[in-house]
Ligand binder design. Structure first.
Ligand code: HXC
Length: 521
């Protein structure tokens, strides 16, 4: 067979595809970017990549397209393994027509998503594209529509991870937006609906690509980017890390990884971690890191809505989703962005069988016109919805404040929390002691003759209120929390509870039949 001309032709074609356009590759590298093939190679376990649709080509003829043809049509698709686990990978190739998306380019992506759905394996989509291929007109738009449709079909069935490793503009942003996680590369990537030139023409605002939609902006302001990387290599490392915590599909449990941390380990430094002054902040990362398996906390959205913390960790090797308030930022209050951040994460965990551990220290929802006019009611409702809807094991530790609606929202028993414990420092009440005292002792306070006398009275009433209501024992007396525990025993207890609850299954949770709920969005 070795001398057959057909074989020689195949080899020649393959070689041409694999070596690519040397000049365009040089330009790609000069921008600090890897090529699509290099990215796939970095992601895949050695020798595992299996390409599909290598010979696909577009069929456009207008605007000189009959002379601009490349096998593969600007996107590489196929299967590979990461740490032995299968994956569908899609990598746009900027070296052919700027990775622009035409009819056949899109068809390859759709086929890859369909493979991932039927095989039940995650999708990693490495984006690097100038958007809709202008020469292909409505066929390109049709292609985007098909991809969006299949992204939605795959949502909640297989995890979908987008890496933005170059331009991602116009409608192209919506495929990543429909996926579960977006990882952006600093400096070389950007995402926006309309670019700087259109922005200037439409509203006169001068802004460059990075200021408008660079990685930093989306990681800290819009919340679009869940993670950011310094270069392509680091982005791939983050993809692998993320994959290590999540299952391949909604019918599987996440992989268990024993990191050798003793499940009985008690951390006595936790006993003194919460300051005696209830208005003093402390760092919630300290609480999380001392309780979960050592060095396993992997934060998602670390730079956005920092008053809330979300991320993955392990407890005795089991993947858990961590949700927490952060007293170091805005006193850990729930605002619009924190509500969006928490509810989206809770829903991901619920889709993919990941138990949720919530650490509570929340003074309430953020007041003020900015929040009210921005729709805090609607956004805050998402947290209630997401926790109520979630059927995975839900465990919570009330560390300190748990006031009002925010107490209910943060994985309370009342929203179906399975196991809720409180530290002795917990304050569970309708509102904070100062505010409550101002209202219920208003008349007595008005009688004060001097401001000093008023202050004294307020102090007295506040401490009376705190004594009566702002503690864990009133809630414990009703069974609203399952136990008041010593902080040092939190880890062994959470592990025990988690292991007792691992057999909790959706079918055993009573939900009336319906098509789907109508979550506030
Ligand atoms: C056809 C495109 C293209 C596109 C880039 N190219 N984008 N070809 N359709 N959308 C081609 C270029 O002509 C060039 O071809 C090659 O790709 C590399 O592009 P350069 O411009 O040389 O690269 P660079 O300087 O890095 O700039 C990259 C870029 C720029 C910022 C992405 O190319 C650009 O602005 N492209 C247009 C972006 C855009 O407006 N897209 C449509 C968005 S609207 P040659 O032959 O010179 O190598 C949209 C609607 C989707 O996407 C709606 C879905 C619902």
């Amino acid at each position: 067979m070795a001398s057959r001309p057909e074989l020689a032709k195949l080899r020649e074609l393959r070689e041409k595809v694999l070596s690519g356009d040397a000049e365009a590759i040089k330009v790609q590298r000069s921008k600090g970017k890897l090529t699509a093939r290099e990215r796939i190679e970095l992601l895949s376990d050695p020798g595992t990549f299996m390409e599909i649709d290598m010979f696909v080509r577009h069929r456009a003829t207008e605007f000189g397209m009959d002379k601009r043809v490349a096998l593969g049509d600007g996107v590489i698709t196929g299967f590979c393994r990461v740490d032995g686990r299968p994956l569908v990978v899609i990598a746009q190739d900027f070296t052919f027509m700027g990775g622009s998306l035409g009819e056949m380019h899109a068809a390859k992506i759709v086929k890859a998503i369909q493979y991932s759905l039927s095989a039940g394996i995650p999708i990693v989509f490495l984006n690097d594209s100038g958007g809709a291929r202008i020469q292909e007109g409505v066929d390109a738009l049709k292609g985007y529509g098909d991809i969006f449709y299949w992204n939605v079909q795959a949502s909640g069935v297989v995890p979908q991870i987008a890496v933005i490793a170059g331009p991602c503009a116009g409608g192209a942003v919506y495929s990543p937006a429909l996926m579960d996680f977006i990882i952006m590369v600093r400096g070389t990537s950007y995402m926006f609906i309309t670019g700087p030139r259109v922005v200037k023409a439409a509203i006169g605002e001068e802004v460059d690509e990075q200021q408008l939609g660079g990685a930093e902006v989306h990681a800290s302001k819009s919340g679009m980017a869940h993670l950011i990387a310094n270069d392509d290599r680091e982005a791939i490392t983050l993809v692998k890390k993320l994959l290590s915590y999540i299952p391949s599909n909604n019918m599987e449990d996440p992989p268990r990884v024993d990191v050798g941390d003793d499940p009985e380990r008690r951390d006595y430094t936790l006993d003194d971690l919460v300051p005696e002054d209830p208005n003093k902040p402390y760092n919630m990362y300290e609480v999380i890191n001392r309780i979960v398996d050592s060095n396993t906390f992997f934060e998602i959205h670390p730079f956005w809505a920092r008053n809330a913390i979300v991320g993955f960790a392990r407890l005795n090797g089991y993947t858990v989703g961590i949700v927490a308030n952060q007293p170091m930022y805005l006193a850990g209050v729930l605002d619009i962005d924190a509500s969006d951040k928490i509810s989206r994460f809770v829903r991901f965990c619920d889709c993919f069988n990941i138990p949720i551990i919530t650490f509570v220290d929340v003074p309430g929802y953020l007041p003020g016109t900015k929040q009210e006019h921005g729709g805090i009611i609607r956004h805050g409702a998402k947290v209630l919805y997401a926790y109520s809807e979630a059927t995975v094991p839900k465990l919570a530790v009330i560390v300190r404040k748990a006031y009002g609606g925010a107490y209910i929202a943060m994985s309370s028993k009342h929203l179906g929390g399975d196991f809720v414990v409180a530290w002795p420092t917990a304050e569970i009440a309708v509102m904070g002691p100062e505010g409550a005292a101002e209202i219920i002792w208003r008349r007595e306070l008005e009688k004060a003759k001097t401001p000093e006398e008023r202050d004294e009275l307020l102090k007295k009433f506040t401490s009376e209120y705190r004594e009566k209501f702002a503690n864990p024992y009133v809630a414990a007396a009703r069974g609203y929390i399952d136990a008041v525990i010593e902080p040092n025993e939190t880890r062994p207890l959470l592990i025990k509870a988690l292991e007792y609850l691992l057999t909790k299954r959706e079918v055993r949770v009573r939900v009336p039949p319906k098509k789907h709920g109508n979550m506030p969005v």
